[in-house]
Structure formats: structure tokens, C-alpha cells
Design a protein around this ligand. Structure first.
Ligand code: ZN
Length: 97
């Protein structure tokens, strides 16, 4: 993570409008210079979506590449389903014990 770096705002969708900053305790937060969003993050993991998924998705949609956007969403949906199925299996195993 780069403090001072910019990402697409996940709320107003303005490209590179949100800045990754660091509070006085060293924790990351995001502020959007367009819509005013302020999101305080517990860990850097919270930036996974905005940087890995949201950014490329916004760029594909801005370029009018609907097929690329659909492919990205389908891939993320498959990962989400796999994680959900894994959690269900784990929860069922815990209940069985
Ligand atoms: Zn915004």
C-alpha cells in the first residue's frame, strides 16, 4: 500500500478521486476528494477490493468494454461462491463436533 496513492472512489465512481492516507496512529484510511467519503480501515486487507477489483472494473466500463467487465464480475462471483461454500462446510463441521 502506498500512502498518498489514489484509487477509484467505490461510492461516486470518480476515477482516482480517493486518496489513501494514514491517521496519526498509523492506520490507513481513504478520503474521496470529490464526494467526501471518509473510510477508516482496520487493516490493509480492506483495500483489496478497491485496488484489485473495483479499479479494473471502472476502467473497463469507462472504456465501454462491457465483455471485460462481465468477465471480471463472473470471476469474482466464482471466487465469492467458493469462499462461501468453504465457510458453509467449515461451519457444518463445527456444528457436527
Ligand atoms: Zn467519491
Amino acid at each position: 500500500m502506498t500512502f498518498g496513492g489514489r484509487i477509484h472512489c467505490m461510492f461516486c465512481c470518480n476515477p482516482m478521486a480517493a486518496e489513501i492516507k494514514q491517521d496519526r496512529n498509523g492506520r490507513p484510511y481513504v478520503i474521496c476528494h470529490v464526494c467526501g467519503l471518509r473510510a477508516f480501515l482496520k487493516t490493509e486487507m480492506s483495500l483489496r477490493g478497491p485496488t484489485m477489483i473495483w479499479g479494473p472494473l471502472v476502467r473497463a466500463l469507462q472504456a465501454g468494454d462491457v465483455e471485460a467487465a462481465k468477465a471480471m464480475l463472473a470471476k469474482e462471483a466464482a471466487v465469492a461462491k467458493e469462499n462461501f461454500d468453504h465457510e458453509l462446510t467449515r461451519d457444518a463441521e463445527l456444528v457436527a463436533k
